[in-house]
Design a protein around this ligand. Structure first.
Ligand code: F6R
Length: 608
């Protein structure tokens, strides 16, 4: 949520910052801004809208030499998206960019800063600048003023700061919001994530809570909370793959759906050996033994992956699973036992609620296992054990390929738990893995090849304002994810229901022509779903079924069908999941929506 970059070096700072902000724009895109030292004086430019408009604005106004600066792309929390509220914010002493939320900003404004300060924005960020300025005026030391101010702030923050009397130096600090430092041959960086400077270097170090970084062209100094200087631990980022390029697709979302077979293959190969799950690179089999119960927690689409994971684990390993959205889990005071396992799922590894849930479990000493896609994330750093998914960069705000690989990993965990606890045979485990392989090798590519056949259904859907999704068992979870995906990018209201639940109230909303999308991919439920489809059709619904080729009766009673390739077992949600993503994509496209950057959203939700 919001992107930060800071640079000090030999190259043109404005260009490096704008370029970095483009890579970070997926984190927030309602306004953007930068501050650079131009001839040793601070110059700030802010704008509403995207980084492109910042680029145009700075092309006119900043022409001099500049080797240092900070930049920000915003997802508004305090104050509407406007030029006035865009970052950097500050005063004559300093300018700063901020990710996070300051919870005591009113208190600080009223009781610490007082009436004499002239605030010009509605942001909590400007209050931070005022506090640092006050501390600086009192102690005359920049690092100390940042440290003292940090102690006064409640909430979460990652800050990039420039002081008007300290040219070509960027200061940074953080608490509960990610921030890293990078070093390259031509200069040094700070950023909210590595994509901001990955073009320039693969060397990065993490800043821990309350540490302060000072970067200049030739120097990086890290100071801890007590004021002692630290030697940073440098990491090397994975080699850049080309997954951040759009490759001629109209949108990243479509391109990322087409990445699914490859992402699944890579992830599958990393966690299997000889046709069986193998996590020995990160965790040994003992980790999966003597587990009383499992908690799975995540947000949004990752939560839906968790629901599928819970379904698989209960089905195969017969271990009870509690799946809960992280924003509730963290405050629910969940009942846990020392023999429990907590699984956290996240594409970014930075989602504030999921991270808080992880920290809560760590504080109780419960085993934690995180399923994370992004390298170098906070979750990677703080979990007992990590299983990486290999989706590559996911740029579109709507999660697609990351969902597939999350589900794949969870299915492999379920198979592993079932094996080590003697609930299934190796033979059966191998059959399951073979089916997964078939899905990414044949079935999903087959759907992708026929992607255009979904267009007429999407066109039909695009004129409606209310849509229902129904399904049973695993398909009911897919219906929930399908509904989220459609809402998120097309802005069409939709609801998902377990098909047997409609008649307990919701069916009153069905009238002539209401689209009901039935996910019917588990043959165990064919007969039940036939009845549920008939129930809604009897009330005028237009039923679009997503089913297998051999589901003849479902096809006959539906108004439209989207056919999946060959029938798979009840454990394979992958092909249907590709279809629901394509359906959401084509519907949003028919409506001309801004698919990769839907309104009001951001990719990485680092505020709670
Ligand atoms: C929806 C979507 C979000 C994310 C959620 C969790 O398409 O992308 O619902 O799934 O914000 O994000 P991560 O996985 O980064 O924790």
């Amino acid at each position: 949520m919001c992107g930060i970059i800071g640079y000090s070096g030999e190259s043109n700072a404005k260009d490096i910052i704008i370029d970095g902000l483009r890579a970070l724009e997926y984190r927030g895109y309602d306004s953007a801004g930068l501050t650079v030292f131009e001839n040793n004086r601070l110059r700030t430019v802010r704008t509403t809208g995207r980084v492109n408009s910042l680029n145009e604005k700075t092309a006119e106004s900043i022409r001099g030499k500049q080797k240092c600066g900070i930049g920000h792309t915003r997802w508004a929390t305090h104050g509407e998206p406007s030029e006035r509220n865009a970052h950097p914010q500050g005063n004559d002493t300093l300018m700063l960019v901020h990710n996070g939320i300051i919870e005591n900003n009113n208190e600080l404004k009223e009781n610490y800063i007082g009436k004499n300060y002239n605030f010009t924005s509605d942001t909590d960020t400007e209050v931070i600048a005022a506090v640092i300025e006050k501390e600086y005026k009192e102690c005359g030391d920049r690092i100390q003023s940042i440290r003292k101010a940090s102690e006064r702030l409640r909430g979460s923050f990652a800050l990039g700061i420039v002081f008007s009397d300290c040219p070509d130096t960027v200061f940074a600090t953080r608490k509960d919001s990610p921030l890293i430092v990078g070093r390259s041959s031509h200069g040094n960086f700070i950023a909210s994530d590595i994509s901001a400077f990955r073009k320039h270097t693969d060397k990065y170090c993490r800043l821990n809570d309350y540490e302060t970084a000072v970067i200049s062209k030739n120097d990086i100094v890290i100071i801890n909370r007590e004021g002692r200087s630290l030697s940073p631990t440098w990491h090397t980022a994975e080699s850049r793959n080309d997954s951040a390029d759009i490759h001629g697709f109209r949108h990243f979302m479509l391109k990322e759906i087409y990445d699914e077979p490859e992402a699944m293959k890579k992830t599958f190969e990393a966690i299997t050996d000889n046709g069986l799950p193998d996590f020995s690179k990160t965790v040994d089999d003992d980790f999966f033994r003597r587990i009383n119960s499992i908690h799975i927690t995540a947000c949004g689409t990752a939560y839906h992956a968790g629901l599928l994971g819970g379904h698989f684990i209960e089905k195969l390993a017969r271990i009870p699973v509690n799946v809960c959205v992280a924003s509730e889990f963290r405050y629910n005071d969940p009942v846990t036992d020392k023999n429990d396992l907590v699984i956290i799922i996240s594409q970014s590894g930075e989602t504030a609620d999921s991270l808080a849930a992880l920290r809560l479990m760590n504080s109780r000493g419960i085993r934690t296992l995180s399923v994370v896609n992004a390298q170098g994330s906070s979750m990677e750093n703080e979990s007992d054990c990590i299983i990486r998914t290999h989706a590559g960069a996911e740029i579109s705000v709507a999660s697609t390929k990351a969902f597939h690989v999350q589900v794949l990993v969870l299915l492999m965990i379920a198979v592993k738990l079932a094996l080590v606890n003697g609930k299934i045979t190796e033979e059966y485990a191998k059959e399951i893995l073979k089916e997964v392989q078939n899905d990414f090798t044949y079935n999903i590519p087959d759907i992708l090849q026929r992607s255009n056949s979904i267009l007429p259904v999407a066109d039909r859907l695009s004129v409606h304002r209310n849509v229902f999704f129904i399904g049973r068992g695993r398909d009911s979870i897919l219906a929930t994810e399908a509904s989220l995906k459609l809402k998120e990018i097309s802005y069409i209201n939709s609801q998902a229901y377990p098909a047997g639940e409609l008649k307990h109230g919701t069916i009153s909303l069905i009238e002539k022509g209401t689209p009901v999308i039935a996910v019917v991919t588990d043959s165990f439920f064919y007969d039940k779903m036939k009845s549920n489809i008939r129930e809604v059709k009897a009330r005028g619904a237009c039923v679009i079924s997503i089913c297998h080729r051999n589901a003849k009766e479902i096809t006959e009673i539906s108004d439209e069908v989207i056919l999946l390739p060959e029938e798979t077992s009840s454990l394979m949600p992958f092909s249907a999941s590709t279809v629901i993503q394509l359906l959401a994509y084509h519907t949003a496209n028919a409506l001309g929506r801004d698919i990769d950057k839907p309104r009001n959203l951001a990719k990485s939700v680092t505020v709670e």
